[in-house]
Design a protein around this ligand. Structure first.
Ligand code: FE2
Ligand code: FE2
Length: 242
């Protein structure tokens, strides 16, 4: 089976002033990668106008593009509109679900969505106390459950989880520990570990670290643009960089 090359980036934070700039950096990506994964924070403030810029920058690439939204993309309450705009541009947008792409006869399954926070085992919030705290943690738990089901049903040769929030602490190194609970949750890693995946890609932690691993041994890569410092990074599924 042919080795798939996975291009990945997150936190591109596009707006009208950057129209055309990111697209230029994607020139020739079809010679370097088989798919492009974009891990959320596509916009700055989640406006429809910014969503249109993202769609125009990513449309009609010669390789499939799979994206999830990030917290910034929810800020103006137009997350559903942004998802529609992106899907109309041919981009596969995952909203706590999975998709299977066929790449030269190889079935690549990608599952995921925005994810959410709550912290990491031993230092995390729990569904206890005020309704607001319970709602915060319940949101993450319900997302993790949807990912678990999406992965359970996913029939593919390779499986990737695409998230905005981080499933592990490793890739947050460099961020202040005080904000870890707002950067990710161990429940996301538990979902992936329980059903299995070859790779987890996320963003959100601009000051974090690229490489980590879940307790179950799945490689985790923080591809936030300020971390990878390139328009995208290309990973192989059985090694690392391609
Ligand atoms: Fe971001
Ligand atoms: Fe973010």
């Amino acid at each position: 089976m042919r080795e798939l090359r996975i291009a990945a980036v997150a936190d591109i934070h596009l707006g009208e002033d950057l129209r055309g700039h990111y697209r230029k950096k994607l020139e020739g990506i079809e010679r370097r990668a088989d798919v492009l994964l974009v891990g959320g924070d596509l916009t700055r403030h989640g406006t429809v106008e910014e969503g249109r810029v993202v769609a125009d920058e990513l449309r009609d690439l010669q390789i499939p593009v799979v994206a999830v939204l990030g917290n910034h993309d929810y800020h103006s309450d137009h997350d559903r509109d942004i998802i529609s705009i992106l899907r109309d541009a041919g981009i596969v947008v995952l909203d706590d679900e999975a998709a299977v792409l066929s790449v030269d006869g190889v079935r690549l399954g990608v599952a995921g969505g925005k994810g959410f926070g709550g912290g990491f085992a031993g230092k995390c919030a729990s569904e206890f106390g005020e309704p607001e705290t319970k709602a915060f943690v319940r949101h993450t738990r319900e997302i993790a459950e949807r990912w678990r089901w999406a992965l359970k049903d996913l029939e593919a040769d390779h499986r990737i989880v695409l998230s905005h929030y981080s499933p592990v602490k490793d890739t947050l190194m460099g961020e202040p520990p005080e904000i870890y609970p707002f950067l990710g949750s161990y429940l996301l890693a538990e979902a992936a570990d329980s059903e299995g995946a070859d790779l987890i890609v996320h963003g959100h932690a601009h000051a974090g670290t690229e490489k980590g691993v879940t307790p179950g041994g799945i490689r985790v890569r923080n591809v936030a643009l300020p971390v990878i410092k390139h328009a995208y990074t290309v990973y192989c599924l059985n090694g690392d960089y391609c």
